[in-house]
Design a protein around this ligand. Structure first.
Ligand SMILES: *Cc1c(COP(=O)(O)O)cnc(C)c1O
Length: 419
């Protein structure tokens, strides 16, 4: 079921008024839905001491949303200096932030160490010597390559650029220890929009096995394992939601077994973005043109600057036309960019749409606005928050032409290479 049914019930009666007040297009996020999902996650994992979600900031990097994450007790997963800054501006410090960069630069390291630091998650063994100062707590991102776990195959990330290879793993911790690290974490991220919960259970199992092995070899103890993000959401109406309860139950069992054997358990971290906010956002856009050529096109006032996923990955986003039901016609829903992949839907069956109708493009609460871009001089739309008390707050204004031209405002700098 795309977009939570509760959100739809809350939003639809208010939609026309909100659109009249703020103008279209806009993304709107559902505070109550985000809170419900976050609280549920905390509840199902409450059997593991020290469980914590580190919200993947890149999914929806808006300070008002990140404040909601803080109030749920979540930390933040950052992968850039800009994301670190957003979180620190909200007061997050030290172990409230995990920094998972890749192809890490010295600027990244400086950003990570600044303002109370963060948990550094190193993406390669070569970085052990490049970190200006080895922190007391260090984590590595592990890339298992050909899957080496017990009974299930959960992908062969040999082509992925991320992480420390299996054969380097022991050395990575050995060298970090030699440089002064005292506490350790182990991270991996192997799934993307995965609806089969057993993948995450297998990931946890694999990491616990590695922890056992590395601890024995190097006489170190692990503070935490981080099973990454990638928890899926059902974008299509016929898909079933990830069974988070079963996932939590089975991972909790793995931790119990580990605890009985070793007399302690590491903490469990996840860093989900999509699962937490994805279904709790929609892009609201107005039909402005109807075009009948070889196909019928519904032209809307948003374009792929607001939502890249359909154009970039061919991703499906469910579309509804509030106040209209029925399956009247097959259309392409298009924006105004000079790119033929600027379509929110291709050959989609929708109710008959007329100019002026509002369309809701579902599940834009993660990797939606954040992925937007300015090609063709298209500005990104505003973001709104439907608050738990029923009021609506503007949480980001739309971009203006001045914003787009801001980088053309600079001091003259002419360089004449001597010959
Ligand atoms: C993108 C990303 C996530 C979040 O992915 P979701 O699909 O939104 O859960 C988590 N961790 C890392 C390292 C990422 O790059």
């Amino acid at each position: 079921m795309p977009m939570s049914a509760d959100f739809e019930q809350r939003l639809n009666p208010l939609l026309q008024g909100i659109a009249d007040h703020y103008g279209t297009p806009f993304h709107i996020y559902d505070e109550q839905g985000i809170r419900d999902t976050g609280e549920h996650l905390n509840r199902v994992f409450s059997g593991i001491e020290g469980f914590r979600e580190y919200y993947a900031v890149k999914a929806l990097p808006n300070p008002r949303i990140l404040q909601i994450m803080q109030s749920l007790g979540f930390g933040f997963d950052c992968s850039s200096v800009a994301e670190l800054r957003l979180c620190r501006d909200l007061g997050a410090r030290g172990e409230e932030i995990m920094f998972t960069s890749n192809n890490t630069s010295q600027t990244d390291f400086e950003g990570a160490a600044a303002e109370g630091g963060c948990v550094l998650n190193l993406d390669d063994i070569s970085l052990v010597d490049k970190v200006p100062e080895m922190p007391e707590l260090i984590c590595f991102r592990y890339n298992p390559g050909e899957r080496r776990t017990g009974n299930s195959i959960i992908g062969t990330p040999v082509e992925a650029k991320y992480g420390v290879a299996h054969d380097q793993l022991l050395d990575a911790y050995r060298r970090a220890k030699a440089r002064g690290a005292k506490r350790f974490g182990l991270h991996t991220m192997l799934a993307s929009n995965e609806l089969n919960y057993t993948y995450m259970v297998e990931t946890a199992r694999m990491l616990l096995e590695r922890v056992e092995w590395i601890s024995q070899e190097l006489d170190i103890r692990f503070d935490f394992i981080n099973i990454g993000g990638g928890l899926g959401i059902p974008y299509r109406p016929e898909e079933t939601a990830l069974d988070i309860d079963a996932m939590a139950r089975e991972i909790t069992e793995l931790f119990q077994v580990f605890g009985q054997k070793h007399g302690y358990t590491p903490k469990l971290y996840v860093e989900s973005g999509r699962y937490i906010t994805g279904p709790h956002g929609v892009l609201v856009t107005r039909a402005i043109n109807r075009k009948e050529i070889y196909r019928t096109y519904v032209g809307v006032d948003a374009c792929m600057s607001a939502l890249m996923r359909p154009g970039m990955y061919g991703a499906y986003h469910h579309i509804t036309v509030p106040g209209h039901s029925g399956s009247d016609e097959v259309v392409d829903v298009a924006g105004s960019l000079c790119e033929n992949n600027d379509k929110f839907a291709i050959q989609r069956t929708l109710p008959k749409v007329s100019d002026g109708d509002l369309l809701c493009i579902h599940d834009t609460g993660a990797h939606g606005h954040a992925m937007g871009f300015n090609y063709n001089g298209k500005a990104r739309p505003k973001e709104l928050l439907l608050r738990s008390d029923g009021s609506v707050e503007l949480i980001r204004r739309e971009e203006t032409l001045e914003d787009l031209f801001a980088t053309l405002d600079y001091e003259a700098d002419l360089y004449t290479p001597a010959d």
